[in-house]
Design a protein around this ligand. Structure first.
Ligand code: ADP
Ligand code: MG
Length: 255
């Protein structure tokens, strides 16, 4: 892969919790424009890897690059600024916020954050705010939840919260989106909707790295698929290659 084709690269990532090695030297390259799947048995270290990449956990070793920029020591919001955004396996409830507010918290270019630009050019700040609101509305429409914009986020169903989480992830226009189990606990109809949304966005060029337990879902959507087991990359390949690989079968059966 050429430099420009790689949107995310990790080298020898390591993380231990006490005596437990959760991430044991993970090196991966994610190609721009792909939907890359990440599977592996429970406890394989998938979520930990996302936490390391996105800056939510401190690394014990290794490096991470986004668009060839070293983001190893950056905070999550700084990594997001470099183009990498992640969602959580369990979406956070945004206490006290409406969907609109939750969307705006995630938006970039908020010069209103500092008082100085407001004082220097109030109309610019207002224009940006209006643009952010319009953008939020467009994103919610895209995920077919435009009607929820004034709902308190505490009133949302689990499925609606998943969609808001997805929409929010796009407010910073990421180069790569990391989704941690986007259809876990979601009914089959909504799971199909989410699959359709991901496909449509990918057709428009959006790169995804997706952890998912639902095999039919991820095998239908992703190519390539990376298999993690005991903190290590067990293999990477097409869904067909992964499905028929004896090591993968053993990893799942061995537990
Ligand atoms: P997966 O997402 O593949 O199911 P995780 O990355 O959540 O696996 O967990 C990998 C291992 O690391 C598990 O044994 C888990 O118990 C452990 N682990 C994950 N996060 C923490 C943490 N914050 N503190 C202690 N142990 C953790
Ligand atoms: Mg997990």
């Amino acid at each position: 892969l050429g430099k420009d084709d790689v949107v995310l690269r990790t080298e020898d990532l390591r993380k231990t919790f006490g005596g437990l090695v959760a991430t044991d030297g993970v090196s991966v390259e994610i190609e721009r424009g792909t939907i890359t799947g990440m599977i592996g048995p429970n406890g394989a270290g998938k979520s930990t890897l996302f936490n390391l990449i996105s800056g939510f956990y401190e690394l014990d070793g290794g490096r991470v690059w986004v668009n060839d920029t070293d983001v190893t020591d950056l905070k999550p919001y700084e990594t997001a600024r470099e183009g990498l955004v992640r969602t959580f396996q369990t979406p956070r409830r945004l206490e006290g916020m409406t969907v609109r507010e939750a969307m705006l918290v995630g938006a970039t270019n908020q010069s209103g954050e500092s008082i100085l630009p407001l004082w220097l050019s109030p109309s610019k700040v207002l224009n940006e705010e209006r643009a952010n609101v319009e953008r939020a509305e467009r994103l919610l429409e895209r995920f077919e939840i435009g009607h929820l914009i004034d709902q308190p986020s505490t009133d949302l169903s689990g499925g609606q919260l998943k969609l808001v989480e997805l929409a929010r992830a796009f407010t910073t226009d990421p180069d790569i989106l990391l989704l941690d189990e986007p259809v876990a606990g979601v009914n089959p109809t909504l799971a199909n909707d989410i699959k359709r949304f991901i496909r449509e966005l990918n057709d428009e060029g959006q790169t995804f790295l997706i952890i998912e337990h639902d095999m039919p879902f991820i095998m239908d959507l992703a190519d390539p698929v990376i298999v993690l087991d005991q903190g290590k990359v067990l293999m990477e390949g097409t869904p067909e290659a992964v499905r028929s690989d004896q090591r993968v079968i053993d990893a799942y059966l061995g537990g």
